[in-house]
Ligand binder design. Structure first.
Ligand SMILES: Cc1ncc(COP(=O)(O)O)c(C=O)c1O
Length: 500
């Protein structure tokens, strides 16, 4: 470990660009303290009087010893080396990284919400319970469902919860089924959740229009099928036009329809999964209903269900009972899927976002998200190949096969080069069924000027692929971290601060 002397460069120089920032341990100076309270009038005590000596640590905890000033400088400099939704466009397809209105944060930070202990009894947290009941009602209205659990911590946790609900439903009917159908365009969490939920995956291919191939679907449907998992619009950004037919065919064999709500941003206030025939829906509140995410959360993945699945929902749920709010566990509940009541402050932000928009506002969110994606689709076609060249929903998928064949430029080269232009990289190599895929989701929060700047950057990069391909291979050259070896990062995970 290198110790930078007091008053060294790290304490004074504002760091930007590609310069390295030392770790907090490298800034450590023995004996240096952040802030100390005066201890007058506090009685002397010894740790051994209060705790069993056998439980006390014998060595000091190895923490960095820094002043408050050094600490704040360090984290502020680090924050300047990040890209975020607050800084610029973040067109990460499927992830819906939109700008989150600050008023939702301000509401979630109100002491009456933020400072309530989750273990407080219902009688002392009536306001919180009312908020949860209101949110559940709003989410059911948006999705066309009967009731919801707010517990799951994210989309994938919602998927597992939904599958356990489907399982409980079938088992309660004495119906043992083994298979869940998933289209080949599905997000990776879908098959993973199916396996965790104790089912086997049956994959159906997409047709030439990028939707579920109906003949292939019919050929795998029988009474062993517990259900189908779909996202609509699907991960190609295309609306599954045969959804009513799909719902009928799956229901006819006694299966259930699961809606992966990661793409709900595209249909808010326009069409509801319940009306399309779905029985279970998870929502990613951190995508659709404005909570900052990325970097691992926090998120929230409530699961809403049709009336036939309500009795199986995780408990307890906040409900109005005889004029007061209380916690109620459904009669055939699958049990808890989260400690306490879910990621509560994400839930508060979501309700704030819904109430602030109202139903008209939510519809406008979807309309603008779809308009922005189609504007980019049209602006970029001619320069890039659009994977399925027809009107898309909230995201557009490009294929860079031609650039790779003609100039040796891959999707990842274009994505990395875009970072030098001040944009976050879009999603690459997903969905898996598109070769050299770049998936762009501009979201409704970006202006026409930003869309134009993004399109211009992508068009200029395509031109550069023919004149200076090495620039693309070397990109990003202006960011704090240059091109990383992505395979090594996955294969050789080093989790210590002094990784080399
Ligand atoms: C289509 C789809 N389904 C499910 C998920 C999983 O959601 P989460 O990241 O909240 O677990 C994602 C995440 O990007 C997604 O895009």
């Amino acid at each position: 470990m290198t110790t930078i002397p007091a008053g060294g460069r790290a304490a004074s120089a504002p760091l930007m660009g590609t310069e390295a920032e030392p770790t907090i341990f490298e800034l450590s100076v023995p004996g240096r303290r952040s802030f100390q309270f005066r201890t007058t009038e506090i009685p002397e005590w010894s740790a051994t009087e209060l705790f069993d000596p056998a439980l006390l640590a014998t060595e000091p905890v190895p923490l960095a010893e820094v002043s408050e000033r050094d600490l704040v400088g360090h984290v502020t400099r680090l924050s300047h080396r990040q890209f975020s939704v607050d800084l610029g466009a973040y067109p990460l397809g499927s992830c819906t990284m939109k700008y989150n209105p600050k008023i939702c944060d301000a509401i979630a930070a109100m002491p009456g919400l933020a400072q309530v202990h989750p273990g407080a009894p219902a009688s002392l947290s009536q306001g919180w319970l009312e908020l949860l009941v209101d949110l559940e009602r709003a989410l059911c209205e948006v999705t066309g469902m009967a009731a919801a659990t707010l517990q799951p911590a994210a989309g994938a946790a919602g998927e597992l919860t939904g599958l356990l609900l489907m399982r409980a439903y079938h088992e309660a009917r004495g119906d043992t089924r083994r298979r869940i159908i998933i289209p080949d365009s599905a997000h990776g969490t879908n098959p993973a959740s199916v396996t965790l939920g104790g089912y086997e995956v049956t994959t159906v291919p997409s047709d030439a229009r990028g939707c579920v191939d109906m003949d292939a679907l019919r050929s795998v449907l029988d009474t062993d099928v517990a259900g189908i998992m779909l996202t609509n619009p699907n991960t190609l950004g295309l609306f599954e036009e045969d959804i009513a037919e799909i719902a009928q065919a799956v229901h006819e064999v006694g299966g259930l329809l699961y809606y992966d709500g990661a793409n709900l941003n595209a249909i808010l206030g326009v069409v509801r999964p319940g009306d399309m025939g779905f029985d279970v829906v998870h929502m990613n509140l951190h995508k659709t209903f404005a909570t900052p995410h990325g970097g691992g959360g926090p998120g929230a993945g409530p699961v809403a269900v049709s009336s036939k699945l309500v009795d199986f929902l995780p408990g307890p749920r906040a409900q109005l009972v005889d004029g007061a709010y209380d916690w109620v566990t459904p009669p055939a509940s699958i049990g808890r899927v989260h400690g306490w009541h879910g990621n509560a402050l994400v839930l508060a932000r979501a309700l704030a976002y819904i109430e602030l928009h109202g139903s008209d506002g939510l519809r406008r969110v979807a309309e603008r998200a779809v308009l922005n994606a189609n504007w980019l689709r049209v602006r970029l076609s001619g320069t890039y190949d659009v994977a399925f060249d027809r009107p898309c929903m909230h995201e557009v998928v490009l294929s860079l096969t031609a650039l790779r064949k003609e100039h040796g430029i891959k999707a990842i080269d274009v994505a990395k080069r875009l970072m030098e232009e001040g944009f976050h990289a879009p999603t690459v190599y997903f969905p898996l069924i598109v070769d050299e895929a770049i998936m762009i989701e501009p979201t409704e929060t970006e202006s026409l000027q930003t869309l134009e700047a993004l399109a211009t950057a992508l068009i200029d990069i395509a031109a550069e692929a023919t004149t200076d391909p090495d620039a693309l291979h070397a990109a990003p050259r202006t960011t704090p971290v240059r091109r990383v070896d992505e395979a090594r990062a996955a294969r050789q995970l080093v989790q210590t601060f002094d990784a080399r």
